[in-house]
Design a protein. Structure first.
Length: 467
């Protein structure tokens, strides 16, 4: 195993750099394809979320792989390599496994313990499988990461260490008031219909908002989200779709705005928000009438997109607006309480990393063991054939008994050493046992390689990396 991960996240880079380096879906596809086309890499997967961009690859040379992956990240993100390099982190082999397992458990998230990363890891794996860039190593790695993440959430209280970005963001907007009390009977506008936007819509519905308007560039996805929100037995919230071109008109009616799209430019400009605030102020004044000018509650914006959907200049519009975005979430989450369960999750991660490494090392020797047993079977067949030539009068019953006896002898002789060599290969430093076995029994390396290729191509029946 030569697993290499190169990436940047909210822990290594300022939000301004993450925002510029964000990869659109088509850029992620091209990055995967170009990584697989590069000589050092045989498998590749991209994990891109609102606060991290990571490129995973199985490489045959560390330094060449690091140089290639860093260059490709810079090329496809549009941030120059010289500027990007200070913010990159690198993990190799077991440390790379440890990193992904920690990410899957929410230990590396902006809000510790958030569970949305599991869906993003699942999407990353699905993309690698669909594009045939994820081979056995990355399939095994990402599937195990999903299992480790689920184990952490089911066996510990890591969920208590923090909340999802959606919940944490809404808590910041509520400014100490319970979210359900703060959101009750308000009108919400949700821009985007992906996993994060859908979670936000569901969270707001459970909190008791009066109405949710959903805007998305693909109308069918917005309609589907509305159907889910209004299905029988749900929260009973009113929900409707909105065209993206009508956002400016809809803003004035929204008390809470949540945006998380894949747009590369701003979705809501400061001018759009300013115009909506002016209209809301006028409405409040008209409703107050003779009782005084009145004062509307601040309009709340939660921007979970990377790059940002809402113009940062909205912060300068004064007390009439409250904006929480990825940058402000990063600052607030630094003071989030850490549950004691975090230590338990770290222990789970360490144990799972050791088990994964042992399994990978043991699997490495399997083709050699298979080739050894195939060679032994060939020897048995050859000797039985030779015996038949020397004893032409041998009956079928006797021949069958002799064949079974020879096979039993060979199987018994090979059983203990093959079982033991698999155990030894699973231990740290056990990679050399496969080479020793090939040397001791003079196995043809090409035969072993052929077993490896067949095993790789047959596994799970899904798309694999280059063989």
């Amino acid at each position: 195993m030569s697993l290499l991960v190169v990436g940047l996240s909210h822990r290594s880079a300022p939000v301004s750099v993450l925002e510029r380096a964000a990869l659109a879906p088509d850029a992620q596809v091209k990055l995967l394809q170009d990584t697989l086309a590069a000589e050092p890499a045989t498998e590749a997967a991209v994990l891109a979320t609102c606060n991290r961009i990571e490129l995973y690859a199985d490489v045959d040379k560390f330094h060449a792989g690091l140089a290639e992956l860093s260059t490709l990240l810079a090329q496809h993100s549009g941030v120059g390599l010289d500027e990007l390099t200070p913010y990159l982190y690198v993990h190799y082999e077991d440390r790379a496994v440890h990193h992904l397992f920690s990410v899957a458990c929410g230990l590396d998230s902006m809000v510790v313990g958030e569970g949305q990363i599991l869906g993003q890891i699942k999407d990353s794996l699905a993309a690698g499988q669909e594009l045939h860039t994820a081979g056995r190593l990355l399939n095994d790695l990402f599937q195990q990461a999903l299992r480790v993440g689920k184990r952490a959430h089911s066996e510990t209280g890591i969920d208590r260490a923090g909340q999802s970005l959606v919940t944490f963001g809404l808590e910041q907007l509520a400014a100490g008031e319970p979210v359900a009390d703060w959101a009750r009977n308000k009108n919400a506008l949700v821009i985007g219909a992906g996993s994060m936007s859908s979670l936000a819509a569901a969270t707001l519905a459970r909190a008791g908002v009066a109405e949710i308007a959903v805007a998305n560039r693909t109308a069918a996805r917005a309609e589907r989200l509305v159907e889910i929100l209004t299905q029988p037995g749900s929260t009973g919230v009113r929900a409707r779709t909105v065209e993206m071109g009508a956002l400016a008109a809809e803003l004035a009616d929204a008390d809470i705005v949540v945006s998380c799209t894949g747009a590369t430019g701003l979705v809501l400009t400061a001018d759009m928000v300013g115009a909506a605030l002016a209209e809301r102020t006028a409405r409040t004044a008209a409703a107050a009438g003779a009782d005084g000018p009145g004062r509307a509650e601040p309009q709340a914006f939660l921007d979970l997109a990377m790059p940002r959907d809402v113009d940062a200049a909205v912060h300068r519009l004064g007390a009439a607006v409250r904006l929480v975005d990825i940058e402000s979430l990063a600052g607030a989450s630094a003071d989030a309480p850490m549950a004691a369960d975090v230590d338990q999750v770290r222990t789970i991660v360490s144990d799972e990393v050791a088990a994964f490494g042992a399994a990978q090392r043991a699997a490495h020797i399997t083709p050699t063991v298979v080739a050894l047993r195939a060679m032994a079977a060939d020897v048995v067949r050859s000797e039985v054939t030779r015996l038949e030539g020397r004893l032409p009068g041998l009956g079928e019953k006797e021949r069958s008994e002799i064949t079974r006896t020879v096979r039993r002898v060979v199987d018994k002789l090979l059983h203990a050493p093959t079982v033991r060599v698999k155990q030894l290969a699973g231990e740290p430093g056990g990679a050399g046992y496969a080479d020793a076995l090939r040397e001791l029994f003079d196995l043809d390396p090409q035969t072993v390689a052929a077993v490896s290729r067949a095993d790789l191509n047959d596994t799970d029946g899904v798309g694999r990396g280059r063989v």
